[in-house]
Design a protein around this ligand. Structure first.
Ligand code: IFM
Length: 459
């Protein structure tokens, strides 16, 4: 249940008291399929999300990203919005089927031209672009050839990444290979809740994960070669995990869950091996992992992006055997997606990554909260005090992390504006700006204004 707004929480005072290190980057994030619309424009290919959203019942409100925020045509409005809110960094994703319709062969000049315009526009406005190469919209043709179950997809991704980096790399310095491999591999291939909608359990989650990580490892050197000076990283959705009780079976379930969500990806990227406990537990369900894959995945990277929204409290249960876990929701404050609001999670995740993997730099690449749909108030504004509070409380934890010596260099709110929230459609907006679905007019919400104030003070 959504927490009720607390009118006495000292939002303004707490926001004004925030201190982040000098040079700290404040921005907002989006993803191509969630905002661009124009799904058939200028030769764009079909993506797995174009296909999945047509499956009856797949999206709670029966919608899709067909129009979304129409950013393909209104990207200038997005830049105006960023400027209006005082944000000087924008994390967006490149739609793979927009720039390479079938996922192989020549890149589309028209598709690339869109990102050329966007990047030039951002730079002219003094906003630094942070480009993500894969935020879940695999070309459907590659899915038809096996998708993330096929090693070949990893090679296709590296080709595509190199092509995009060669085109935009003279202006884009910050590159992310993959966004949240845990989510797109497990929800798309083990649980069937996201595209491509496969319910293949642990075998599916692990096969997709290995090939996605291989894609990352193959792409890193190709991006560096195509765009000298590039800063390249990966974005992981880490979760701080605690056991529901002290009982041995709950503690073991929490360790299994944490192994699959955090260590599977972090160990592979930073240590060049998968965690032994998960390899052993899932020995019969693993894809082919060739001896050379581990070193390929563990390419040196310049930063780790952390997407974090909540903590996970885990007990023993029946989900995804042999992982056999169950999520427990302790009493507390919750968002409209049913996620617990637990600000220390952000600091704990940064601390965990720093202590165990020591990335050169860390960014919070996503953090934010969903509410039920928010109508405009009589003065034409959205007073999303609860979201503003969420951002401030989480930024306070980031500031603490920075003070304790963790090299956290930036924070991107999820998300710049209300958009298509995957299987939840348009039912749970996360935006720090409101988008009128009839007119596509963008207006900062209170949360966007507050974040902007913090960013301006920091700058
Ligand atoms: O909307 C998503 C985003 O695409 C990936 N990270 C989580 C967000 C909220 O669910």
């Amino acid at each position: 249940m959504l927490n009720t707004v607390d009118p006495v929480w000292p939002l303004e005072e707490r926001a004004a008291a925030l201190r982040l290190p000098e040079g700290f980057v404040f921005g907002a994030a989006t993803a191509a399929y969630q905002i661009e619309g124009a799904v058939r424009a200028d030769g764009k290919g079909e993506s797995i999300w174009d296909r999945f959203t047509r499956r009856p019942g797949a999206i709670v409100d029966g919608t899709s990203g067909e129009v979304a925020c129409d950013s393909y045509n209104r990207w200038q409005d997005d830049i105006v919005l960023l400027r209006e809110m005082g944000l000087r960094a924008y994390r967006f994703s490149i739609g793979w089927p927009r720039v390479q319709p079938g996922g192989t062969g020549a890149l589309s000049a028209a598709g690339l031209a869109y990102y050329d315009r966007l990047v030039d526009g951002l730079l002219e406005a003094g906003v630094t672009p942070y480009a993500t190469l894969y935020h879940w919209d695999l070309p459907q043709e590659l899915q038809d050839a096996g998708g993330w179950y096929s090693r070949d997809t990893a090679h296709r991704f590296a080709d595509y990444a190199e092509g995009v980096a060669a085109t935009l790399g003279d202006r884009v310095r910050h590159w992310t290979t993959l966004n949240e491999p845990w989510t797109f591999c497990w929800f798309g291939h083990a649980l069937g809740e996201d595209a491509p909608g496969l319910s293949d359990g642990v075998r599916g989650g692990l096969a997709a994960s290995h090939h996605a990580l291989l894609a990352h490892g193959l792409a890193v050197p190709r991006i560096r070669a195509a765009a000298p000076g590039a800063e390249v990283g990966i974005v992981l959705d880490l979760n701080v995990v605690s056991a529901a009780t002290e009982a041995e079976e709950d503690r073991a379930a929490a360790t299994r869950f944490e192994g699959v969500q955090n260590r599977w990806y972090l160990d592979a990227v930073f240590k060049g091996s998968y965690p032994a406990d998960i390899l052993e537990l899932c020995a019969d369900l693993l894809p082919e992992i060739r001896p050379e894959d581990n070193a390929q995945i563990a390419q040196p990277i310049d930063y780790l992006g952390v997407n974090i929204y909540r903590r996970s409290v885990i007990g023993a249960g029946g989900d995804l055997p042999p992982l056999n876990f169950a999520r427990v929701n302790p009493p507390g404050r919750y968002t409209a997606t049913g996620w617990e609001i637990w600000p220390p999670c952000i600091r704990d995740a940064l601390d965990f990554a720093h202590r165990n993997y020591a990335p050169k730099a860390l960014f919070i690449t996503e953090n934010g909260m969903a509410t039920p749909p928010e109508p405009l108030g009589p003065d034409g504004r959205v007073e999303d005090r609860e979201r503003a509070r969420y951002l401030v409380e989480h930024l306070e934890q980031v500031a603490e992390a920075a003070r304790s010596g963790i090299p956290v260099e930036g924070y991107f709110a999820w998300t710049l504006m209300d958009n298509f929230e995957w299987a939840s459609g348009y039912t749970v907006p996360f935006g720090i700006a409101h988008v009128d679905p009839a007119t596509q007019e963008r207006r900062p919400k209170l949360s966007g204004e507050v974040l902007g104030r913090i960013a301006r003070a920091g700058a």
